[in-house]
Design a protein around this ligand. Sequence first.
Ligand code: TXA
Ligand code: MG
Length: 368
Amino acid sequence: MKTEIVSAVRAGLAFSGSEADDPSQTGKTALVTAESSGGCAKATKLLRRGEVVALPTETVYGLAADALNPAAVAKIFEAKERPRFDPLIVHLPKREALDEIAIVESQLARDLIEKFWPGPLTIIFRKRDVVPDIVTAGLETVAVRISAHPVFCEVVSAVNRPLAAPSANRFGRVSPTTAQHVLDELNGRIPLIIDGGATEHGIESTIIRIVDGMIEVLRRGPITEEMLHPFGEVRECTPASTITAPGQLPTHYAPKTKLIVIQSLRDFVPPPGKRIGVVCMCPVAPVGRGGDLGPRSATAASDAPREIASFVALRHLSDNGNLRQAAANLFRVLRELDTENLDLIVAERMPEEGIGLAINDRLERAST
Ligand code: TXA
Ligand code: MG
């Protein structure tokens, strides 16, 4: 199957309604900007027809399909090569739709919804029969959120049905934070990608469930423990203690290149003769002669000898140590380093606070 990137202007032609230009008929993937006229309308039309469409959310790009149409949802699993035992997140058009698909048993859940929806918080509820088994992988529960992204909102509101949407990457790989990442992953497998620019948070939503009046975090994300704490006791469920779903398995979100996580570059002795790329928080700059590279941030150890020349690529996640910015850049940087033909990616741990915990969690999973 051949995939074409269509410019926003040409995409306008693709929305003429003629079958010859219809991406779901031609077997090509069209990539159009959200601003291009008719982009969201085309997405809506495809979704109503039981097709899949990649859409931006505030966390990462999602691959959406009508959650109440099992045949449409099956196309998500096919495109992603995702095992059927891994359940999907359902995105609602509005809060009122929650009671149609789930049973909300606690006031705590309602308080969290009031505070964090729309936004990057996914909550696990007991499901109603209307939710197909393929969405929940046969579980009695369903994961639900409302996206705050204007493009996603526009489309899900127009479809006016809940949309199942996992991250728009092949199973087990790093989530896409740009439309181009989606194209790289799902080229020729899906009819349409709406380009809404780079995503704001850059890592997937926080997933929680309410157990015995406590908030259990199943996946760390942009809604941090500190943000949840005012609402009730927060308990972290480590991957080892909860194999509720494959997304919580240790091996996930992985680049192709081997990655290790280290506490500090200061103590890192690079194995000789290897092409090594580095990910760290703060800016790094070439120092010394002949393009030798070495950190000039707090991680630099001026007193320690470093085999700095053996780092062939250096990437920082934030200009000023901002953890939110670091999260937004993480998956893009991992993808970039994956194209550098490296033997090893070395990632320096982020500070263990706020969204830094979620970043470290993704780095650990990428490294296993
Ligand atoms: O930010 C996000 O959450 C993105 C955007 C597109 O919304 N979506 C996303 O979906 O990350 P996905 O499928 O890549 O990750 C969803 C995770 C998976 O680890 C899945 O196993 C878990 O949610 N999950 C889904 N339903 C569940 C359930 N009923 N109980 C426990 N975990 C569940
Ligand atoms: Mg995913």
